[in-house]
Design a protein around this ligand. Structure first.
Ligand code: DNO
Length: 392
């Protein structure tokens, strides 16, 4: 597999020189400053590409070209924004960048309640605590309808927790849920978030699914013509939050979205961490089932807790059998190679790492530590190398 590394651009404290030292050869990047739905201009793409190449690396994957909320809700300027999206796909193809990751999550991107959860080893991890989430959703935001979305025992626990919470930890919880985290392109304050939720009041899960399918039918032919593989990222976490519709959370969702616009350009970012947070998802089985549609892989592990909370485990630990997932992806690569596909390699990146060693106390993008990810990549590289040798 092609070993890649997410780099947020020139402001990322983890620099391209570090990426090389970590042993990755590909970079995953996006023009995050152009996240408002405009078409990415060729010169901006060329500048980013040149800086990556000047470091001896390759821009392998774009993560993400953001799908604007107007497109997701098919309201406002969506027609113009879809044309812009097509423009970005064409411009990326012209620059030779042919894998585009994106997601179709309503309002929020990935969501955690705790960005500094202490781990047994002394470092920290990202965590989603379902009771903390309920504190915010039901008792702070006071979202209409929230009561029906949480079981009674969780609500009781949330009331007790809120009573014991300091103002500081409450503010931190709110910032984690609706403020900035790396790659969440749109941030909100409480009122802004309420207004954003309002826009989804009349969007049912089925309506939202149809919006995704319609969007796919609009962009996939353009991607196909340009030779770009679109790779949708799963919902993170893969269950509804804030009463918002979720349509990329499990195998049925994935099968349906692939069938909605069948094409080599309509595929997946297989994120073991996102999908792994739902106990109904069997990751090795999903990797095998959807192998031929996987254009990009995020490898990361989670440990699920009995009440639905989860935290990010070390890359080879946690609930997902990572060795089995990697084996399925390597088998797919061999199949592509036999088919004679020049792009047989599946780019993978070690997704999120713990904060360990020199990461601790350093200002890095939460989840995008240097040493923690380097450790994850090194472990995954060992698995890949071993399985490749065993397969001959
Ligand atoms: C989190 C990431 C996501 C991902 C987007 C893809 O760290 O995996 O933010 O980049 O959801 O569109």
């Amino acid at each position: 597999m092609k070993q890649t590394w997410r780099w947020f651009g020139p402001d990322d404290p983890v620099q391209l020189a570090h990426v090389r030292q970590a042993g990755a050869t590909g970079v995953v990047s996006a023009l995050h400053h152009l996240n408002d739905g405009r078409a990415w201009p060729a010169d901006e793409i060329a500048t980013r590409k040149a800086s990556i190449e000047a470091s001896g690396l390759e821009w392998s994957v774009v993560e993400s070209v953001v799908v604007h909320e107007d497109i997701k809700t098919r309201s406002g300027r969506y027609l113009e924004l879809i044309e812009n999206y097509k423009g970005s796909i064409r411009a990326l193809a012209a620059a030779g960048i042919r894998i585009v990751c994106y997601n179709f999550m309503a309002i929020t991107d990935w969501t955690r309640t705790d960005l500094d959860y202490p781990m047994w080893h002394g470092g920290t991890a990202l965590r989603f605590d379902i009771v903390d989430f309920c504190v915010y959703d039901l008792l702070v935001l006071k979202r209409a309808g929230a009561e029906a979305d949480h079981p009674a025992d969780r609500i009781d626990a949330a009331k007790r927790r809120l009573a014991a919470m300091s103002e500081g930890s409450l503010a931190k919880l709110e910032a984690n849920l609706i403020g900035w985290v790396p790659a969440r392109e749109f941030i909100h304050d409480r009122e802004g978030f309420r207004r954003a939720l309002d826009l989804y009041r009349d969007v049912s899960p089925e309506g939202f699914r149809q919006n995704l399918f319609t969007f796919l039918r609009e962009i996939v032919p353009v991607a196909e013509e340009a030779g770009v593989r679109m790779a949708i990222h799963a919902d993170d976490p893969p269950f509804p939050l804030f009463g918002l519709p979720r349509v990329v959370s499990n195998a049925e969702d994935i099968a349906a979205l692939l069938a909605a616009a069948p094409s080599p350009s309509n595929g997946l970012t297989f994120c073991t961490g996102s999908l792994g947070a739902n106990r109904r998802n069997d990751l090795p089985a999903m990797a095998k089932r959807f192998a031929s549609d996987i254009h990009f892989a995020h490898l990361r592990n989670v440990t699920k807790e009995p009440d639905g909370s989860f935290h990010e485990a070390e890359h080879l630990d946690g609930d997902t059998d990572m060795v089995a997932v990697v084996a399925a992806l390597l088998a797919e690569e061999r199949r592509r190679k036999e088919e004679g596909r020049p792009d047989w390699q599946i780019p993978m990146r070690p997704d999120h790492g713990h904060a360990i060693v020199d990461d601790i106390g350093k200002k890095v993008n939460p989840g995008y530590s240097c040493i923690g990810r380097l450790k994850g990549l090194a472990e995954l590289r060992g698995v890949m190398r071993t399985l490749e040798q065993l397969a001959g």
